[in-house]
Design a protein around this ligand. Structure first.
Ligand SMILES: *Cc1c(COP(=O)(O)O)cnc(C)c1O
Length: 222
């Protein structure tokens, strides 16, 4: 089945308030064009160089989301056009995004990355760290970035109860941040969790933005 058909099927199963990011990393622009022709506009990439190449050849009304780990020295390449940066994991990165956004005379929307999975990845705030970071408030001086919510990835395990419990922790943290610091801020609204294998669990535990790759485009060839 074509990417555009699969996207249609997935959208039919998602509640209407859940946004679908079609994760096109490692897949050629022709597959994105198929999805685009079917009406889809939101695509996610996780490598700056690859995103740059696709941005240049594909239609300009695509909303490009950067979903991977972003190195500070590469922010400048995507700052002119990126719609949402999902995985902000340090204050230093947010400062750089702010600086590059300023240079481009725009405000860049960002999500803070919550590290919740068991795996020993290096990236993301723990729940306590994120709460403290938001509370401390240094980010408030950065006028060209807007913190719009949080993103996370569940552990890569079969145990659905564990995945559900991790997403639940993310939802609990989101709600706490919303109540304590963003109650008056409508733009703080994005809960980005759920991928090909766990997006229905994610949607049942607070997600309103799922990032789906291999289910749409097939297995990636690295
Ligand atoms: C690759 C990737 C996805 C998509 O994963 P699939 O299992 O192919 O759906 C989602 N989120 C992030 C951060 C990714 O890097």
């Amino acid at each position: 089945m074509s990417p555009s058909k699969i996207i249609k099927e997935i959208k039919q199963t998602l509640p209407t308030d859940v946004q679908l990011v079609a994760v096109s990393k490692f897949h050629p622009s022709a597959m994105i064009e198929d999805a685009y022709a079917g009406g889809h506009r939101i695509f996610g990439e996780s490598h700056v160089q690859e995103l740059q190449q696709k941005f240049e050849v594909l239609p300009k009304d695509i909303e490009w989301h950067f979903i991977g780990h972003l190195q500070t020295n590469k922010v400048k390449y995507i700052a002119p056009y990126v719609r949402l940066i999902h995985a902000v994991d340090t204050h230093k990165l947010l400062v750089e995004i702010n600086k590059q956004a300023q240079k481009n005379n725009r405000i860049i929307d960002c999500l803070l990355e919550l590290h919740i999975a068991q795996e020993e990845t290096k990236y993301g705030f723990s729940a306590d760290e994120m709460y403290d970071y938001v509370k401390q408030g240094e980010w408030r001086q950065l006028e060209n970035v807007r913190i719009c919510g949080i993103m996370c990835m569940a552990s890569n395990v079969e145990d659905k109860a564990q995945i559900a419990s991790e997403f639940q922790q993310a939802e609990t943290l989101f709600n706490k941040l919303k109540t304590d610091f963003f109650a008056q801020v409508d733009s703080f609204s994005i809960r980005s969790w759920g991928m090909s294998d766990d997006y229905m669990i994610a949607v049942n535990h607070g997600s309103n933005m799922v990032r789906i790759g291999s289910k749409i485009f097939g297995p990636r060839v690295y």
